[in-house]
Design a protein around this ligand. Structure first.
Ligand code: ZN
Length: 289
């Protein structure tokens, strides 16, 4: 009898549907997938190529959170709409805030910039912060007793340690004075601080504020004076301002950086690691000249 009970219990556990986990946006979802594996069903609210700054949760998005066992948000004002969706869904599961415990970087407040909170929310662009995200997600998974999550988190962390070293090696191939990048919005502050690259952006940490003509003119002067060649648009930001700025400064746009959203599967940035390798490769080639 005792023997039969022992054999029966795990079978029962497998018969249950895996718990549902909801991540607020695609980059977080990509990291969560690595930790959760087959132990949970993952839904992502603001999917690939979607601007999560100003996402509008529809009833179908709110329904994702109904009965979900865990929800994962970035925090620092990036995905406030996710909190409102959780409230609307009467979400009562485990809420993971990926940035909890990280030192925040204050949002830049230059001319023409605009932000939604005191902290720059784009911490994931520093691989060390993404490793913190993995730890936060793993802690949430542990509260749900998700099998294999700790092992998968450790393996993902080891991959990110390799990635971090690779980013440093790549940046080191660019002469220090050339380590400047101009991009659409101020999403790379953590990247810049971690890897020693200066970023210029006509738009602040948000993506909707229109930069002033004065701020754009100042950037054009800076691009010319410093012979900046690393000029990029972003995957989820309107490229109009940046394209105009590049044209007036007489430089060419060198491609699309993945700032706040992954690409669709099959694109150049379907997961976090691919996104970082894509961005860094483009930046390094363009910074060299
Ligand atoms: Zn952003």
């Amino acid at each position: 009898m005792f023997r039969r009970v022992l054999l029966f219990t795990p079978a029962l556990a497998f018969a249950q549907a895996p718990p549902v986990v909801v991540a607020s946006f695609s980059i977080l979802g990509g990291l969560a997938q690595q930790v959760l594996g087959p132990a949970a069903t993952l839904n992502v609210m603001a999917g690939p190529e979607v601007d999560a700054h100003h996402f509008q949760a529809r009833p179908s998005h709110i329904a994702m959170l109904r009965g979900a066992a865990m929800a994962i948000r970035n925090g620092w004002g990036f995905d406030g709409w996710f909190n409102r969706a959780a409230q609307a869904a009467n979400f009562s599961g485990v809420m993971v805030t990926a940035t909890d415990g990280l030192p925040p970087r204050p949002a830049q407040r230059g001319p023409g910039t605009h932000s939604h909170g005191p902290n720059d929310p784009h911490a994931w662009q520093d691989v060390a912060a993404a490793r913190h995200y993995l730890r936060q997600i793993a802690a949430g998974a542990a509260r749900l007793n998700l099998p294999g999550a700790a092992e998968r988190a450790a393996a993902a962390d080891a991959r990110l340690a390799v990635l971090d070293a690779w980013v440093r090696e790549q940046i080191a191939t660019v002469p220090e004075a050339r380590r400047v990048v101009l991009t659409s919005h101020d999403a790379f502050g953590y990247f810049g601080a971690a890897y020693g690259v200066r970023f210029l952006a006509p738009q602040g940490v948000s993506t909707q504020a229109e930069p002033s003509a004065q701020a754009v003119a100042a950037l054009i002067r800076e691009v010319r004076a410093q012979n900046i060649t690393a000029v990029f648009i972003e995957n989820m930001t309107n490229p109009a301002t940046l394209n105009r700025l590049a044209q007036e400064a007489g430089v060419s746009v060198r491609g699309r950086l993945y700032a706040d959203a992954l690409s669709a599967p099959g694109g150049p940035a379907p997961d976090y690691e691919a996104m970082m390798r894509h961005n860094v490769s483009l930046m390094v080639t363009a910074m060299r000249g």
